[in-house]
Design a protein around this ligand. Structure first.
Ligand code: ADP
Ligand code: ADP
Length: 229
């Protein structure tokens, strides 16, 4: 388990006179096991911030720590994170079990350990009875849960969610939101969740980071953010 520390994070895209600074010095500390939502209008820098934590985007200035380790120069695979995206492409020719197990197989995790981890994730996500099915034999919600299962089995220190609900219809969105809350309750993994949807942010967040035009405008509980005097 681990905290995430953002120390004066700056991001510029491009170099020289054409450089475009999109993050202007963000400081925040997400505590171990905390669920923090980054919310704000389109283009304010949410996704850039998340991708820097994931190691998918270089940091221009400042430091990112996971636990007490500076990760600025660590490749994604070495950061002990798992990411859940809105486009959760599953391997169509593989069973649910194999979809969840695939990354672990590549990482040469022993077979019995893989089975233990996949079975545990399947139990949490109520996929136990579907392990032999192919993705096309699943509902949209079940597929989304397999995608989450694939992230869980990696046993990451940190979960990063990049608008994972935005392609779902309203009913499935509500259902998956509950699923994510349950997951966090049971596993207690430090989570950073990006969305432009304020309702989603309010219902999921223990604390929320409100971004605007590359600046962190607020960082607090939903009550603190929405009921300021
Ligand atoms: P959000 O996730 O809040 O919608 P982004 O982090 O995607 O915002 O984008 C923040 C700003 O950075 C926007 O102005 C966007 O156009 C710009 N941007 C994002 N990705 C790139 C990129 N790869 N190259 C140049 N500019 C980018
Ligand atoms: P592997 O299963 O070995 O990770 P993948 O093709 O699934 O191989 O992933 C390629 C790269 O993307 C690896 O560096 C891996 O660590 C990273 N990666 C894969 N899935 C995720 C995820 N859910 N979150 C974060 N990084 C991931």
């Amino acid at each position: 388990m681990a905290s995430i520390t953002l120390r004066n994070i700056v991001k510029r895209y491009g170099i020289g006179p054409k450089a475009n600074q999109v993050i202007h010095g963000v400081n925040a500390e997400i505590q171990d096991r905390e669920f923090v939502v980054i919310v704000g209008p389109s283009g304010c820098g949410k996704s850039t911030l998340l991708r820097m934590v994931a190691g998918l985007e270089e940091v221009t200035g400042g430091e990112i720590l996971i636990g007490d380790k500076v990760v600025n120069n660590l490749e994604p695979a070495k950061r002990d994170i798992a990411m859940v995206f809105q486009n959760y492409a599953l391997y169509p020719h593989m069973s649910v079990f194999d979809n969840m197990a695939y990354g672990l197989k590549i990482a040469k995790v022993p077979k019995d350990e893989i089975k233990t981890r996949v079975d545990k994730a399947a139990k949490i996500l109520e996929l136990g009875h579907l392990l032999e099915r192919k993705p096309r034999e699943l509902s949209g919600g079940q597929r989304q849960r397999v995608a989450m299962g694939r992230a869980i089995v990696r046993q990451p220190q940190v979960f990063l969610f990049d608008e994972p609900l935005s392609n779902l219809d309203a009913k499935l969105r509500a259902q998956t939101r509950l699923e994510i809350q349950k997951l966090h309750r049971e596993l207690g993994i430090t989570s950073l969740f990006v969305t432009h949807d304020q309702i989603e942010a309010m219902t999921l967040a223990q604390r929320m980071i409100v971004m605007n035009a590359g600046n962190m405008e607020q960082f607090g509980t939903p009550e603190e953010v929405y009921h300021r005097p």
